[in-house]
Design a binder for this molecule. Structure first.
Ligand code: AP5
Ligand code: ZN
Length: 211
């Protein structure tokens, strides 16, 4: 099962990818999570990408492609993978074909106001990466991760200005990527306007039909 999950920021890619990863036992690889982890560690890579993430800009293709190539060469990816947030440019889509051609590209779409509300209410666990929403997916104890008890935080790029910048970049970059997979007959479109407990079963059902 080699999948890429694409779609605008905040549509729920990470949420659906985590659910599919648990269901089918294939790794969920989020380029955003990898970069945030490296920034937290203060690594060389983290220092190189920090400014891009803080401003909501795309990390240069050569850096992202190398990171994904290395991650996909690891043993746990032999059974498959779910790439979340990659590819984001046509160059990344073309590069990916060279080392791990995905079988299906799932495109998630939702209305702008839905996306803005999702990003505004998102809270994440800085320790285990669990994703919550203050209204739609609240933790049992407000502000505390259900899974590991860590206080939840708001992502640094979830401020109104950075959200607008991320959406603008998405709109500039995405048409060619969607066409890239559509022309190859590998695009699966999912309406993500509904709540996650409705969207996740739709994704799983589609996957069962495809595999
Ligand atoms: P990244 O981390 O990939 O951010 P993104 O694409 O902007 O996507 P998000 O993580 O914001 O949203 P999501 O769709 O995963 O939504 P989520 O499931 O959290 O990238 C961050 C940065 O890294 C980029 O800006 C760039 O700088 C860099 N980067 C990463 N990849 C790169 C690449 N390939 N090239 C260059 N640069 C790159 O859900 C959102 C909220 O909604 C949550 O609160 C959730 O609980 C809630 N929710 C989800 N689904 C539903 C639903 N159906 N109903 C109600 N609530 C829902
Ligand atoms: Zn946690």
């Amino acid at each position: 099962m080699k999948l890429v999950f694409i779609g605008p920021p905040g549509v729920g890619k990470g949420t659906y990818a985590k659910a599919v990863s648990e269901k089918f036992g294939i790794p969920h690889i989020s380029t955003g999570d990898i970069f945030r982890e490296e920034i937290k560690k203060g690594s060389e890579l983290g220092k190189r990408v920090k400014e891009f993430l803080d401003k909501g800009l795309l990390v240069p293709d050569d850096i992202v492609i190398e990171v994904v190539k290395q991650r996909l060469s690891m043993d746990d990816c032999r059974k498959g993978f779910i790439l979340d947030g990659f590819p984001r440019t046509l160059q990344q889509a073309e590069a990916l074909e060279q080392f791990a051609s995905p079988e299906w590209a799932f495109l998630f779409q939702a209305r702008d106001e839905t996306i803005l509300e999702r990003l505004g209410g998102r809270r994440v666990c800085p320790k285990c990466g669990a994703i919550y929403h203050i209204k739609y997916m609240p933790p049992k104890v407000p502000g505390i991760c259900d899974k590991c008890g860590t206080p939840l935080i708001q992502r640094k790029d979830d401020t109104p200005e950075v959200i607008m910048e991320r959406l603008k970049i998405y709109r500039e970059q995405f048409t060619p990527i969607i066409l890239f997979y559509k022309e190859r007959g590998r695009l699966v479109e999912i309406d993500a306007n509904e709540q996650a407990d409705k969207v996740v079963p739709v994704v799983i059902e589609r996957l069962r039909k495809l595999y």
